[in-house]
Structure formats: C-alpha cells, structure tokens
Design a protein. Structure first.
Length: 561
C-alpha cells in the first residue's frame, strides 16, 4: 500500500473526484489503481471563500514490484511513502492453564475510558481482570445524573464523575488527542469503538466525536466483550484501602484491595484508573504512603455563544456545510500578569452541565450529542495555575507542595460557586459585557444559558471575595476582548459566563516509573486522567492500553523489549 498525504480538493468537490485525483497524484493509469481508502480527512479554513479538504489516502496498486517501482520514481516527494503498519499486536497471551494454579487475577479500579481499555486489553490477553467501579451501570447512572440536572438531587456515588464510562460519557465524546503515537495506539482505540457501534467515520475524520447517547450504548457493548473474554465488572464496589506488604527485599508490594463492604480481594497487580474527582481515594492512597506529587491544572468558567456566530466566524459563507458540521475553536492568550488563558474542552452545539460529585458544591463541564445541533456553543475559558498558587501552608520558598492541597483549593472555589448560585446546585453566571466592565449582571440578553439546574446572575468579581482568585479574574477579563480578534463576536455583551470550571485535570500525579508501576509500591499501576497521565478519552484509552501491556509483561514474565 502507498500512503498519499496532503491531497487537496475543493470543499465542494463531487463524490467521484477522489479517484481521479489519486490517479493523477501517482501518475498512473486508472486501471492500475486497484482500490483506495481514506485514512484521514481534514480541512483548511484559512481562506473562508476557498476552503479545501485535505486527504491522506492509502492506495493499492496490486503488484508489489510495481509498487516498489512507483515509490522509487516518486522518492523525492515528501508526501508519498509506503503506508505504515497500523495493526495492533499484543505483547503476549496467557497460556490456557495460566489461572489453574489459583494465582490472583489483576484488578482494575475504575471503569472510565482508561479502565475500560486496560480491562479490555487484559481480557484480550487472557488475563481475566476484575474491574471495581464505585458507581452504577451506565443506564442507571444516567438516570441519577438527570436527577441532578432536573431536580437538583445529587447522588454522590452516581453522577457525571462516577459510574460506568467515567466522566467522558457525559462530554462531547471527542476522540482526538495531541499525544505522540508512534505505535498507532489511537487506531486501536478507534477500532474498538467502531466494533462497539461508533460510526466508521471516526477512523478518518480529523476531529472525530461520538456524543453522549452513542457513548452509552458503546460502553455497554465493551463491557459485554470484556465479560465474554473472562473479565468481571463489579459495580457499586468502592475501594477504601490497599493491602500493601514488604517483599523479601523490603520493598513494598501491593497484595490486594479492601472494599467499603469489608471484602478483601487478593491481587499482585492493581491498575489505579481513577478519574480526576476520586478525592477520597487520592486521600487513602496518600495515607498509605503511595508516592504522589502536586501538579498544575486550570480553573475558570464556561462561556456560551450562539453556535451560528462561531460557525460564521470560522467558516464564513461555508457555514452549515454538512462535512464541516458545527464549528469549534481553540484560543490562547498570554495575559499581562503572566497567566495563560485558553479555551478548554470546546463543545460545538452542546450544553453546559452540572458536574459536581460532592454535596453543596458547583462544578461545570460541557457536553454535546453526536448531532451537535443545540443552539449554543460552549467552552471552558480557563487560567493555568501551579502548585505554588494553591499550597495551603502559606510558604513561598519553592519547597514541595502537599499533593492534596489542590483538592482543598478546588473544594474552596466549588463551595463558593454554590454560595453565589444561591443553592440548589444553581451556578453563578454573568454576561460577558458586564464581566469585562466589572459589574453585576441582572438580566439575560440574547443568549439563554443551557446549564441545569439553572443560572443565578450575579457579580462574579465581588471585591475581596469573588468566584475565583483575583489573578484568574484579571487574566480572563483581559483575554475575552483579545479573543475577539480571532473570533468576531467572541466578547459580545450577551455571551454568558457560568462558573466554575475547576476539574480540567487532576491536581496531582501518582508518579510511576518507566515500567508504569508506582515509584514505591510494586504491582501498583497508576493510570489515566486521575493519576495525571491523560487528558480526555483518547489519551486515557491509550494510557490504559500501555499500562495493561506493562502489567501483562510482568504477570506473564515477559521481557519489556
């Protein structure tokens, strides 16, 4: 197969224009092209009146000698190369009698994207993992989540953060990432999603997404596949302790877990695939001496505009084209106070959702369905902060920060948001024009906020005790007009800010070595977003695969090479 990159065609090209373009690009007769497939399709929107689609194509000319000759003839063309091998290969498989000796099965804590793929790979390797998920099955969890949105009733163990599918279930379902991927593990993730019912287009569009409703049915199918392969998924099974013992050489080694019910499960290999909101589990791990460290994260608000405004700004006269769909954006501003402000988790045609997991706290996030056809666009507008910003001991000497300090910082501002929202999990909000002018909002304009249970208009910048630290308020207030230069209308008076967005990523990292194991507890595999090694569905899924491979090598006694 031959890979052609950067094959450009007009946005409005006919469906049958691709084959002649491939033939012309390779300089071969049409009859020599046996078949071709689209590996990737993106677009260039810099010239809005002349937008183009950009394809990567895998072409099959059927004859190995002719293919070699063609590649030799085109060897100077940087955009024509042999197609890379993207097939996934397992590091090993358990022999048929592997479990006959009664050795403990691997345990995976958490069944979000990372835990799902860790469990799936382990099951496909014949290692029959046991998955422990503190929340409920996804359909029950969906009912509980809607209970918060519609009736202001929070279920602390079943919500946007906890339950089958993890936080990614109630999101835009974005399936793209900027991680380095030399082994094409993202392809493995996408392929498994397609097997579970995702549309095949996610294999080639540049910014694939699925949406919440489709993710629900896919998660159920992936769970069934893990169980078919011998895995076991247990819901409403909260892990409250680790069993840790010294090895013969005195090094700590995990020997199992303890559940809230008091049951103990023996295990020599435990994947900790927590989400970024498993605060009580972080505290338990810290108390057990598992090495972790504070890390940067970001805080801010959700901003909502009419989706039509974003479409027009990004696509001009091509807004509404079915291939383009609802427009997104990615913005960054470096504020004069040294802070970076950026858009985060942009959800075209979506809604702002209540994402708290703790009573009397307000947290926002964004969600879209596959159709992305809701009236508003929303995104996080967030400010980067460092451990020195949120340390609780008041020191400013550059010493190490307690890794749990970020949790206290998040909780403080989430509680403040609940207070400003005036209870009932309503969120505090303000019009962008008022925010820039540092004044209280009292009446909505043309943009109706989508957050449920509802938005309480207020002054997000009350002197002395606003909704975020002063440095964050100052940076965001400066960034909003700056973003106007990139997207016309971004700082429109009627756009709505809803607070607060505090859980952009984990505030700590459960540090691991090159073997993916905890630095000081052998057999413990920190993984995914909660452990500080991923950010989003794709990177979490890839990290789950890599951790499962490392665990598989250790369990099967295989070399790491």
């Amino acid at each position: 197969m031959i890979r052609i990159n950067e094959l450009r065609l007009p946005l409005h090209h006919p469906e049958d224009a691709l084959r002649p373009a491939v033939v012309a690009r390779l300089g071969i007769p049409d009859a020599q092209l046996q078949s071709f497939t689209v590996f990737k399709r993106s677009y260039d929107a810099r010239k809005k009146t002349a937008m183009v689609l950009i394809y990567s194509i895998d072409a099959d000319i059927g004859d190995a000698a002719a293919e070699a000759a063609l590649l030799q003839r085109l060897h100077g063309d940087a955009h024509i190369k042999p197609s890379p091998d993207t097939a996934y290969r397992f590091v090993g498989h358990a022999p048929a009698d592997f479990h006959a000796t009664g050795r403990p099965r691997p345990v995976v804590i958490g069944f979000g994207p990372c835990g799902i793929f860790a469990a799936l790979i382990l099951a496909q390797m014949g290692l029959r993992p046991i998955v422990l998920e503190r929340g409920k099955q996804v359909r029950e969890r969906t009912k509980d989540t809607w209970g918060l949105w519609r009736q202001s009733e929070l279920h602390p163990e079943s919500n946007v953060q906890f339950g089958e599918g993890g936080a990614g279930t109630f999101s835009d379902g974005k399936l793209y990432s900027q991680i380095s991927d030399p082994r094409f593990l993202t392809r493995k993730v996408l392929t498994e999603f397609v097997k579970a019912g995702a549309p095949e287009e996610i294999l080639y569009v540049s910014k694939p997404h699925i949406g919440t409703f489709r993710l629900v049915s896919m998660v159920i199918k992936m769970r069934a596949e893990i169980e078919r392969l011998g895995g076991e998924i247990r819901f409403q099974q909260k892990v409250t302790d680790l069993l840790i013992e010294p090895d013969a050489d005195g090094q700590s080694h995990v020997r199992g877990v303890t559940l809230e019910s008091g049951e103990q499960i023996a295990a020599d290999h435990v994947v900790v695939a927590l989400g970024h909101s498993a605060r009580d589990t972080f505290q338990m791990l810290h108390a057990r001496g598992v090495y972790m460290e504070a890390k940067p994260f970001s805080i801010g608000y959700r901003i909502e505009h009419p989706q039509s405004l974003i479409d027009k700004a990004r696509f001009g006269p091509n807004a509404g084209h079915p291939i383009l769909g609802a427009a997104d954006y990615k913005l960054v501003h470096h504020a004069s106070n040294g802070r970076s402000v950026y858009s985060f988790c942009m959800c075209p045609g979506g809604t702002v959702v209540a994402a708290t997991s703790e009573p009397n706290r307000v947290v926002t996030n964004g969600m879209s369905q596959y159709s992305r056809n809701e009236r508003n666009a929303n995104a996080g507008i967030v400010v980067g902060i460092s451990p020195q910003d949120y340390r609780q001991d008041g020191k400013r000497d550059g010493s190490l920060v307690n890794p749990l300090d970020g949790l206290a910082f998040q909780r403080f501002w989430e509680s403040r948001a609940y207070e400003l929202g005036e209870g009932g999990y309503r969120a505090p909000g303000a019009l962008v024009g008022d925010f820039i002018k540092r004044q209280r909002s009292s009446v909505l304009g043309t943009v109706e906020p989508s957050y449920k249970p509802g938005v309480t208009l207020t002054d997000l910048q009350q002197k002395g005790f606003g909704s975020l630290p002063e440095y964050a308020l100052d940076a965001i207030r400066e960034a909003l007009p700056a973003f106007e230069k990139q997207i016309r209308g971004f700082s429109m008076n009627d756009a709505v800010l809803t607070g607060v967005e505090t859980r952009t990523s984990s505030p700590l990292r459960i540090t691991r070595g090159k073997d993916y194991q905890s630095l000081n507890v052998r057999g413990l595999y920190p993984a995914g977003e909660g452990a500080g090694y991923a950010g989003g569905i794709m990177s979490a899924g890839v990290d789950g695969i890599e951790v499962a491979e490392a665990l598989g090598r250790a369990a099967l006694g295989l070399s790491a090479d």
